[in-house]
Design a protein around this ligand. Structure first.
Ligand SMILES: NC(=O)c1ccc[n+]([C@@H]2O[C@H](COP(=O)([O-])OP(=O)(O)OC[C@H]3O[C@@H](n4cnc5c(N)ncnc54)[C@H](O)[C@@H]3O)[C@@H](O)[C@H]2O)c1
Length: 360
C-alpha cells in the first residue's frame, strides 16, 4: 500500500509529537522537514526512524514536490505566510491550531481556498482525546436530552520556553485565549451543535512570566480567565482557565447538563502518569452510569495530548483516502479563533462582544 508522505514545516515540540504519532501508523511517513533552526531539525531527525531531507525554508521544500501532505507546526504568526505558499501546491494540508493569530487572516485564507481540491484540516487535537470523544458521542446521542449548559475547565502548567520566546507575546500567538483556548471554543461549538453569538470574559496575567523581559519588553499573555459563550440555539458555555495549576490530577474537566441529566469526564494531566479517566452519566431520574476510559500506553507515550494526536491523524488520513470533507474544517478553525479574539477583546474593553463585531 502506498504510504502518505508528510512534509513538516516547523520542526519544534509539536512536530516531534506528530512524528512519534505518525510513526505508529502503517500507511503514513514523514519524508521531509523544514525549519530555520538547525537544533530543531536535529532533534526531529533523532526520533525519525528513516532518513529525511531537511530544508531551511518551506519554499525550498515545496520546490522539491515530494509530499502528499504539508503539516504546518511552526509558530502561530508564521501560519498565514506559509499557508499562502502551501495552498498554491493544492496538496493536503494539516495546519496546527490556531489557524492564524487573528480572524482577518483566517478569512483571507478562507477566500484563497474556495473550492480547494484537497483536504484542508485545522488540527484540533482535543476533539480526539478518548474521554472527550466519548463525552461528545453521548451528548450527540441525546443521552442527557437537550444540552443547556457546558462547562470546560483547564488547570495546567504555564506556557513552556520556546525558541526566540515567540509564545510570550500576543502579537505572535493571538493571545492566550486564541493560542490555547481555540481548542475549547472549537469543542464548545462542536458539542453544542450551534454557532456562538456573543462572548463575555474576565481574565488577566496575574502570576506567570511577570519577572521576564525580552528585548526590553514584558510578556503580555494572560494566565487565567473565565469566558462565557452564548450560542444561537440558547445553550451557554463557560471556560475556566488557570495556567498556574501544574500540580493538578486532571488537566481538563468537562461537564454538560441537558434537560434529562448530566455527563462529566476529565483528562488526566501528563504528570499524573494516569492513562485512564472516568465518564459519569447521572440522570435526573436517579440512574447512574460510570465508565472507565483507558488509552493504550504506547499511544499516550507518543505525545502530550492524551492520545489525541494519533487519533486525529487516523481521521485525517481517512479523509484523504475517502476523499471526504475534513472533520475539522478551515471554518471550524476560523470560528475558534474568532471566539478567542472576542474573549481577548472582551477582557480589554470590559464588555460583552458580539461575534458579528469580529466576523463581519
Ligand atoms: N494542537 C496542540 O495541542 C498544540 C500543542 C502545542 C503546539 N501547537 C501549535 O503548534 C505550533 C508549533 O508550536 P510548538 O510548541 O511546536 O513551537 P516550537 O517553538 O517548539 O516549534 C516551532 C518550530 O518552528 C520553527 N520555525 C519558526 N519559524 C519558522 C518558519 N517560518 N518555517 C518553519 N519553521 C519555523 C522554530 O525554529 C521551531 O523549531 C504552534 O502553532 C502551536 O500553537 C499545538
Amino acid at each position: 500500500m502506498k504510504k502518505i508522505k508528510y512534509g513538516i514545516i516547523g520542526a519544534g515540540t509539536m512536530a516531534r509529537e506528530h512524528i512519534l504519532n505518525i510513526s505508529l501508523i502503517d500507511n503514513a511517513e514523514v519524508v521531509t522537514l523544514s525549519d530555520p533552526h538547525e537544533d530543531s531539525l536535529n532533534q526531529c531527525k533523532e526520533i525519525l526512524k528513516t532518513k529525511v531531507s531537511c530544508f531551511k525554508s518551506h519554499q525550498e521544500m515545496i520546490k522539491e514536490n515530494i509530499v502528499d501532505v504539508y503539516l504546518i507546526s511552526s509558530p502561530n504568526f508564521t501560519h498565514i505566510g506559509i499557508l499562502k505558499d502551501v495552498i498554491k501546491t493544492k496538496k493536503h494540508i494539516l495546519v496546527e491550531k490556531p489557524l492564524c493569530t487573528n480572524t482577518r487572516d483566517c478569512l483571507e485564507i478562507k477566500k484563497l481556498t474556495k473550492d480547494y481540491p484537497s483536504v484542508f484540516w485545522t488540527a484540533m487535537e482535543y476533539r480526539y482525546m478518548p474521554p472527550v470523544s466519548k463525552f461528545i458521542k453521548e451528548i450527540h446521542n441525546n443521552t442527557i436530552g437537550d444540552l443547556k449548559t457546558l462547562t470546560i475547565r483547564e488547570h495546567r502548567f504555564p506556557f513552556l520556553k520556546k525558541i526566540n520566546d515567540w509564545n510570550r507575546f500576543e502579537k505572535n500567538t493571538g493571545g492566550t485565549l486564541v493560542e490555547k483556548c481555540c481548542h475549547f471554543f472549537d469543542l464548545m461549538r462542536l458539542i453544542v451543535g450551534s454557532n456562538p453569538i456573543s462572548v463575555y470574559a474576565s481574565g488577566g496575567q496575574d502570576v506567570n512570566h511577570l519577572d521576564e523581559e525580552y528585548n526590553g519588553k514584558k510578556p503580555d499573555i494572560i494566565d487565567n480567565a473565565y469566558v462565557i459563550v452564548n450560542f444561537e440555539n440558547g445553550a451557554r458555555s463557560m471556560l475556566e482557565l488557570c495556567m498556574f495549576a501544574e500540580n493538578s490530577d486532571m488537566q481538563e474537566e468537562l461537564v454538560a447538563i441537558g434537560h434529562k441529566g448530566k455527563i462529566e469526564t476529565s483528562v488526566p494531566s501528563n504528570d499524573s502518569g494516569k492513562i485512564a479517566s472516568n465518564l459519569r452519566i447521572g440522570m435526573r431520574d436517579g440512574k447512574t452510569k460510570i465508565e472507565n476510559i483507558e488509552v493504550d500506553k504506547k499511544i499516550i507515550e507518543a505525545g502530550h495530548h492524551h492520545g489525541s494526536t494519533y487519533y486525529e491523524h487516523l481521521a485525517f488520513l481517512n479523509a484523504i483516502k475517502n476523499n471526504s470533507v475534513p472533520e475539522v474544517s478551515l471554518s471550524d478553525g476560523l470560528i475558534a479563533v474568532a471566539v478567542g479574539e472576542a474573549a481577548e477583546k472582551s477582557i480589554k474593553l470590559g464588555r460583552l462582544i458580539n461575534i458579528e463585531e469580529i466576523i463581519n
